[in-house]
Design a protein around this ligand. Structure first.
Ligand SMILES: Cc1cc2nc3c(=O)[nH]c(=O)nc-3n(C[C@H](O)[C@H](O)[C@H](O)COP(=O)(O)OP(=O)(O)OC[C@H]3O[C@@H](n4cnc5c(N)ncnc54)[C@H](O)[C@@H]3O)c2cc1C
Length: 405
């Protein structure tokens, strides 16, 4: 693995860096670094304008093929873009579900008319998506979903409930996995539907998280409709498409996240220096260990991406997911310990803002500490990642399956 940029990559890096320097200015400078990890509400209106600005300049969806408006960037260029973006202090992207999940899914599995209808608004930052997978009794066990869709003339009619649906309150569309053949075996009776959110019958109830903010929601479907051609893949073949979407979930973006993690760690180290705790033997050891583990994570992710031009396949993805989510959770604990007794007092953070009228104020350490628990759950919990590693990497006997009675 060669960690140096090729000459093409160097030119790409220079172009990305200078565009960001020239454009992350004026009103956009106000949202630098905002909207990450439990703070998706921050600076939302300006971040939406920033999303459109990025889109108009061709800096969203850089890895998409040029045919669909992307730059056709190689994997290393996608990594470079993500790293430069975080290095420049770019705010958290608003359109991640569209760009990273449904867009690539449609490019691989969508019909031509779906691609023509949906890809451009995602790329231009004018339409946003949410992911309707999890249900109250189907999270890790996704094939257990019960939300039903029935064809009525030239429309699907959907009834049921999703939960933990991130950004549903800000989305125009949802990709929903539904049961379309209740008689078929669990994995074989599912379909993958594209559903407009702005219609009667959809009720969105925000769920307040421990950070005080509500990024995810319960979504209820009561005779909700979508056109019969708003299906990706064949009827009852949704499981295959749903898994493909999950494969797109992580990859080049993780390198950007790692840089973001590094910034958070640097802040913690700086605070330890300032409050005189960096000299304490145990804390020093933990700070050094956090630095080293993050470096190892970066090298491992680079290794897994080397030579790859598509989604990261399991089990590499599972190893990286387990590693980063635990690292980030540990960073939250370390940040609180560095702050010492001050960390236990609420009310030391930013005041509520217009876009976040009511969250209780948190310091950066408190926010990271509270939010990073989520990383060990979403995108496949730690236990599920360990199952995958056990079975597919170590070749251990498969997990016993519950038998239906
Ligand atoms: C911040 C956040 C955002 C999310 N956003 C979305 C979203 O936008 N769209 C969406 O559809 N979902 C979303 N989710 C849901 C997420 O995908 C699920 O929470 C996750 O899949 C776990 O499912 P569950 O919550 O139902 O827990 P369960 O599956 O009920 O698991 C409960 C516990 O049992 C363990 N467990 C389950 N099965 C096994 C097993 N076979 N072996 C060992 N242990 C097991 C789990 O690890 C966990 O500890 C989000 C979750 C979070 C935290």
């Amino acid at each position: 693995m060669d960690l140096r940029d090729s000459s093409d990559d160097t030119a790409f890096r220079v172009e990305a860096r200078s565009w960001l320097e020239e454009n992350l200015t004026g009103e956009f400078a106000q949202v630098r670094g905002l909207g990450y990890h439990g703070a998706q509400h921050e600076g939302r209106e300006v971040r939406l304008a920033w999303e459109r600005h990025l889109g108009a300049a061709g800096w969203t969806c850089v890895g998409w093929p040029t045919e669909w408006g992307g730059r056709g960037a190689t994997m290393s260029q996608q990594v470079i873009w993500n790293e430069e973006y975080v290095r420049a202090g770019g705010p958290a992207r608003v359109g991640v579900m569209g760009e990273g999940l449904i867009g690539p899914t449609l490019i691989s599995y969508g019909t031509d008319s779906q691609k023509r209808r949906f890809l451009e608004p995602i790329r231009m930052g004018t339409e946003f998506w949410c992911q309707g997978y999890s249900e109250p009794s189907a999270g890790s066990d996704l094939a257990g979903i019960r939300t039903k869709a029935v064809l009525d003339g030239d429309e699907w009619v959907i009834n049921g409930q999703k939960v933990w649906t991130s950004y549903a309150q800000w989305s125009q569309w949802c990709f929903v996995v539904c049961r379309t053949d209740p008689e078929a075996p669990r994995h074989k009776g599912l379909s993958y539907l594209l559903v407009p959110m702005d219609q009667p019958g959809i009720e969105i109830r925000p769920l307040r998280q421990v950070t005080g903010t509500a990024e995810f929601n319960e979504v209820f479907f009561d005779n909700v409709r979508t056109a019969s051609d708003m299906i990706v893949g064949e009827v009852n073949d949704g499981w295959r498409v749903a898994l493909a979407t999950l494969m797109f979930e992580r990859g080049a973006g993780l390198l950007g996240d790692i840089l973001q993690f590094r910034r958070q760690l640097d802040d913690v180290i700086e605070r330890a220096r300032k409050n005189g705790r960096s000299g304490e033997a145990v804390l020093r050891q933990r700070l050094a260990e956090a630095w080293a583990r993050l470096y190892i994570l970066r090298l491992n992710v680079l290794r897994s991406l080397t030579g790859l031009e598509g989604p990261v396949a399991s089990p590499e993805a599972s190893i990286a997911k387990l590693f980063w989510s635990n690292w980030h959770r540990d960073l939250g604990e370390l940040a609180m310990d560095v702050d010492g007794m001050d960390a236990t007092a609420a009310g030391a953070g930013d005041s509520p803002t217009d876009s976040a009228p009511d969250p209780y104020p948190l310091t950066e350490s408190q926010r990271i500490f509270l939010f990073t628990r989520a990383g060990t759950i979403y995108g496949g919990s730690n236990e599920i990642q360990r199952n995958i590693i056990g079975e597919r990497v170590l070749g251990l006997p498969p997990e016993p399956k519950a038998t239906a009675r």
